[in-house]
Write a protein that binds this ligand. Structure first.
Ligand code: CP
Length: 308
C-alpha cells in the first residue's frame, strides 16, 4: 500500500506488509512519544480531530501525536457542539473540513461514517471508531503492544473477553491478527458473540478460533488476555446491559490461579472488568498500551501525510 494520501478506514484491507511497515515506523517514533526527543516533522500540517462520541485516549493521543511532531490540531468534542446538530450531513461536513485541515481523525456512532466522509474528499481520513463497526488505529496499537510486550505476534495464543458483538476494537484486531498465525479464544456470553459476518471472514482466512463462555477455560491456554468493556451505549434495552455488565471480571486471584505469566491488555476505559489489584502484576500492560498509542498514531499521521 502507498500510504501517502491514503485513508485508514478498516483493518480488513491492511496486508501483513502494511502492518509491519506501520510497526516499523511506530518503533522509530517511540522516543518522541516518550518525550525523550523533539521533532518538527509535521510542521505546517493541521489535524482535524472530529469526535462526535466520547473519547479520552483516542482523541488526546491523536492530538498529542500531532503536536509532538510539530503539527497543529483543531477539534470537535461532542455532537452538540457541531453543525451535525443542525442537520448538516457527514458529506458536507467533510467538504468543509477539507478546506481547513490536512488530515482528519473521526469518531462517530454510525458504522461506515468514516468511509462516508472519506468518499467525499481528497485528504486522508482516519477512522477513530465508527459505532460498533471498527477501530483500526486502536487495533494497530494493540498489535504494536503485543510486539513490545511479547517480542513477537506470530503464533501467539490470545483471548478476547467480553463484548465481542459491539466491541469494535476486537473486530479490527481479529482482521489484523489473521496475518500472524495466532490462535484466538473468543470468550463472551452467547448474546455478545463475534458477529456472523466477521466470523465468516475469519473462517475464510482459515483462522484457528475457539468460542467459549468460560473465562477460566481460556486463561489456562493463552499468552495474552485482551479484556473488553460491555458496551453499554450500544444496548437498546438497559435491562440487557444489566444482565451482562459483570459477565467477566479478571481478578488478581484468577490470574495467579490460572496463568500468572500472561500479558493483560484492555483498550480502556475499564468499568469493573479488571480489578484494580491486577494493576500490580507485571503482565498488566494496559497503561503501557495507551502510551504506545501516541507512537502508533505518530506513525499513521507521518505515513498518510507522506513524511516518512
Ligand atoms: N480505547 C479507546 O478508544 O478509548 P477512548 O474511547 O477513550 O478513545
Amino acid at each position: 500500500m502507498n500510504f501517502q494520501g491514503s485513508d485508514i478506514l478498516t483493518a480488513k484491507n491492511l496486508s501483513k506488509a502494511d502492518i509491519e511497515r506501520i510497526m516499523e515506523v511506530a518503533e522509530g517514533f517511540l522516543p518522541y512519544a516518550k518525550k525523550e526527543k523533539q521533532s518538527d516533522l509535521l510542521n505546517g500540517k493541521i489535524l482535524a480531530a472530529l469526535f462526535y462520541e466520547p473519547s479520552t485516549r483516542t482523541r488526546l493521543s491523536f492530538e498529542t501525536a500531532m503536536l509532538r511532531l510539530g503539527g497543529r490540531t483543531v477539534s470537535v468534542a461532542g455532537m452538540e457542539g457541531s453543525s451535525l446538530m443542525k442537520g448538516e450531513t457527514l458529506h458536507d461536513t467533510a467538504c468543509v473540513i477539507e478546506n481547513f485541515a490536512d488530515v482528519i481523525a473521526v469518531r462517530h456512532p454510525q458504522p461506515g461514517s468514516a468511509a462516508e466522509m472519506a468518499d467525499a474528499i481528497g485528504i486522508p481520513v482516519l477512522n477513530a471508531g465508527d459505532g460498533a463497526g471498527e477501530h483500526p488505529t486502536q487495533a494497530l496499537l494493540d498489535v504494536f503492544t503485543m510486539l513490545q510486550e511479547r517480542g513477537k505476534v506470530e503464533g501467539l495464543k490470545i483471548a478476547f473477553v467480553g463484548d465481542l458483538k459491539f466491541g469494535r476494537t476486537v473486530h479490527s484486531l481479529s482482521y489484523l491478527l489473521s496475518h500472524f498465525g495466532v490462535k484466538l479464544y473468543f470468550v463472551s456470553p452467547d448474546a455478545l458473540r463475534m458477529p456472523d459476518d466477521i466470523m465468516g471472514d475469519l473462517k475464510e482466512r482459515k483462522m484457528d478460533i475457539i468460542e467459549t463462555e468460560s473465562l477460566e477455560e481460556a486463561l489456562k491456554h493463552v499468552d495474552v488476555c485482551y479484556m473488553t468493556r460491555i458496551q453499554q451505549e450500544r444496548f437498546t434495552d438497559p435491562q440487557e446491559y444489566q444482565k451482562f455488565k459483570h459477565a467477566y471480571v479478571l481478578t488478581k486471584e484468577l490470574v495467579e490461579k490460572y496463568n500468572g505469566k500472561m500479558t493483560i491488555m484492555h483498550p480502556l476505559p475499564r468499568v469493573g472488568e479488571i480489578s484494580m489489584n491486577v494493576d500490580e502484576l507485571e503482565g498488566a500492560s494496559y497503561f503501557r498500551q495507551v502510551g504506545n498509542g501516541v507512537a502508533l498514531r505518530m506513525a499513521l499521521l507521518a505515513l498518510v501525510l507522506g513524511k516518512v
